[in-house]
Write a protein that binds this ligand. Structure first.
Ligand code: ARG
Length: 464
C-alpha cells in the first residue's frame, strides 16, 4: 500500500503534506467501476496524442512511444493482467501511470493540453455511443421477433380490454404490433439521443480551454464525433446526454414492463392465454406444481431501478454550479447499470418472444364472454339508419336481457333480437361473430387480419 501511495503522490501531490485516509481514498476512488471505460480512455488518449504530434506539441518519437505503450496496456487489460490500483483513484490515472512506467517521459507528456475533466467526458460519450448502437440493434431484434409472433397470429382472436373489462375482440397479431410501435419509438429516441452524445468535449481541458495550439476538429474526426462541444465550461460539465439516454432507457423499460404485466396475466392458469418456454421460468422450492414467469416479473421489477437511475442523474446535476465538480463521478454507476439492465432485458426478451406459445382456444373462449361484439351490433343498427345514441341504447337493453338470461348476444334468436330493434335482420349473425367483428375494422391501424398483415409488411420494410 505504501508503495502505491507514493505512486499517487507523484500524480498530483507535491501540494499535499499528508496522505488521505484509507476510508477517504475508497470514498473518492472510482477505479472499481470506471475501469470499464478503459478501452474508450485509450482510444481517446491515442486520438489526443496523434493530434499533439501533428501540431508539433509532442515529438513523433513521443507519439510512437505512447502508441506502443498503449498497445501493451490494451493487451494487459485484455489478458486480465493489468493491475488496477485504488491508490491511483480512477481509470485515467491508472492507465497514465502504467504508460509512464512503460515508456517514460512520453507517458508524462500525454496529458499536455488535457484534463481529466474533458478526458472523462470524452470517455463517457464514447462508451455511450457504443452502448446506444448495441441497444438499437437489440431493439431491432426484439421488434423482428415480435413481428414473427404477430404474423403467426394475425388471425388469432382474443378479447381486447379497456379498464381491464372485455371491450372488443382484437387479433393477437394486432396486440403484438402495439408493442412494436412502442419499440419503434424507442429506437428513434435512441438514435436522436446519439446525435447529442456524439460531440467531442476534449480540448476544453479543465474548464477554460488550453494555451496549446490544439486541433479539436482533428480529434473529433479521428474519434468519429460529429461535432465539437462549442463551450469549454459546458463541455466538461454537461451530462444532459446521459440524462436523455436514461430517460429513453426508462421508456424502453416502461414498455417492457407493460408487456411483462400482460405476459404474467396471460400465463396465469386462470387466464391461460399463453405459455412461456421453460427456459424463461422457474419453479417453487415448496409448491411442486408451480411454473413462474420470472423473466417478465423481474423485468417489471428492474424497470424501477432504471427509473431510479434517471432520477439519480437529474438530482446529481440540479445543484451543480459550472464547471466540473466531483459530483459528476457519481454519474457512472447509474449509467452503467442502466446500460446493463436495458441490454440484458432486451436480449432476453427478443429470445423469449420466440418462446411464447399462444393458446387460441382459451383466447377465443374469453372473447366470447363479456359481449365483446356489442359495439358491432350498435354499428350495424347505425348502418341501417338509427342514430348512434339510439343504437347504443337498444344494444344496452339487449345486453341486459342477455345478462339476466345468462347467454351471449349471438345466442339470442332473431325474434328475440328484433324486440330490441325492428331493424335487426338475419344478416346480423355475421356481425356478432368474432371474425366478423375484427374483419370489419379494416383501415390503417385497425385490427382486421388483412390490416395486421399489411402493417407487418410495412414495419418490416422500415426496420430492415
Ligand atoms: N474520476 C473522475 C470522474 O469520474 C474523473 C475526473 C476527475 N477530475 C478531477 N479534477 N478530479 O469524474
Amino acid at each position: 500500500m505504501t508503495a502505491q501511495l507514493s505512486k499517487k503522490s507523484e500524480a498530483w501531490s507535491a501540494r499535499f503534506s499528508e496522505p488521505v485516509s484509507d476510508l477517504v481514498k475508497r470514498y473518492t476512488a472510482s477505479v472499481f467501476f470506471d475501469k470499464r471505460l478503459a478501452p474508450f480512455d485509450i482510444q481517446g488518449s491515442l486520438a489526443h496524442a496523434e493530434m499533439l504530434a501533428a501540431q508539433g506539441i509532442i515529438s513523433a518519437q513521443d507519439h510512437a512511444d505512447i502508441q506502443r505503450g498503449m498497445a501493451q496496456i490494451e493487451s494487459e487489460i485484455a489478458a486480465g493482467k493489468f493491475e488496477w490500483l485504488l491508490d491511483l483513484e480512477d481509470v485515467h490515472l491508472n492507465i497514465e501511470k502504467r504508460l509512464t512506467e512503460l515508456v517514460g517521459d512520453a507517458g508524462k507528456r500525454l496529458h499536455t493540453g488535457r484534463s481529466r475533466n474533458d478526458q472523462v467526458a470524452t470517455d463517457i460519450r464514447l462508451y455511450m455511443r457504443a452502448a446506444i448502437d448495441d441497444i438499437v440493434i437489440l431493439l431491432r431484434d426484439l421488434r423482428l421477433a415480435l413481428l414473427d409472433l404477430a404474423e403467426k397470429h394475425a388471425d388469432t382472436i382474443l378479447p381486447g380490454f379497456t379498464h381491464m373489462q372485455v371491450a372488443q375482440p382484437v387479433t393477437f397479431g394486432h396486440h403484438m404490433l402495439a408493442y412494436v410501435e412502442m419499440f419503434n419509438r424507442d429506437a428513434e429516441r435512441m438514435a436522436d439521443c446519439r446525435k447529442r452524445v456524439n460531440r467531442l468535449p476534449l480540448g476544453a481541458a479543465a474548464l477554460a480551454g488550453t494555451t496549446f495550439p490544439i486541433d479539436r476538429e482533428r480529434v473529433a474526426r479521428t474519434l468519429g464525433f460529429e461535432d465539437v462541444c462549442r463551450n469549454s465550461l459546458d463541455a466538461v460539465s454537461d451530462r444532459d446526454f446521459a440524462i436523455e439516454f436514461c430517460a429513453a432507457a426508462a421508456l424502453v423499460m416502461t414498455h417492457v414492463s407493460r408487456m411483462s404485466e400482460e405476459l404474467v396475466i396471460w400465463m396465469s392458469p386462470r387466464v391461460g392465454f399463453i405459455d412461456i418456454a421453460d427456459r424463461f421460468c422457474t419453479g417453487s422450492s415448496i409448491m411442486p406444481q408451480k411454473k413462474n414467469p420470472d423473466v417478465p416479473e423481474l423485468a417489471r421489477g428492474k424497470t424501477g431501478r432504471v427509473n431510479g437511475h434517471l432520477i439519480a442523474l437529474l438530482t446529481l446535476m440540479k445543484g451543480q454550479p459550472l464547471a466540473y465538480n466531483k459530483d459528476n463521478q457519481e454519474d457512472k454507476e447509474p449509467l452503467f447499470d442502466t446500460v446493463d439492465t436495458v441490454t440484458d432485458t432486451l436480449r432476453i426478451f427478443a429470445d423469449m418472444a420466440g418462446g411464447i406459445t399462444v393458446k387460441p382456444d382459451a383466447m377465443r373462449k374469453a372473447a366470447l364472454q363479456g359481449y365483446a361484439t356489442a359495439t358491432d351490433l350498435a354499428d350495424y343498427l347505425v348502418k341501417k339508419g338509427l342514430p348512434f345514441r339510439d343504437a347504443h341504447e337498444a344494444v344496452a337493453h339487449a345486453v341486459r336481457h342477455c345478462e339476466t338470461k345468462g347467454c351471449d348476444l349471438s345466442d339470442l334468436s332473431l325474434d328475440e333480437m328484433q324486440r330490441f330493434s325492428p331493424l335487426i335482420d338475419a344478416d346480423v349473425a355475421e356481425v356478432l361473430t368474432l371474425e366478423g367483428s375484427v374483419a370489419a375494422r379494416d383501415h390503417i391501424g385497425g385490427t382486421a387480419p388483412s390490416q395486421v398483415r399489411a402493417a407487418i409488411a410495412y414495419l418490416r420494410s422500415r426496420i430492415a
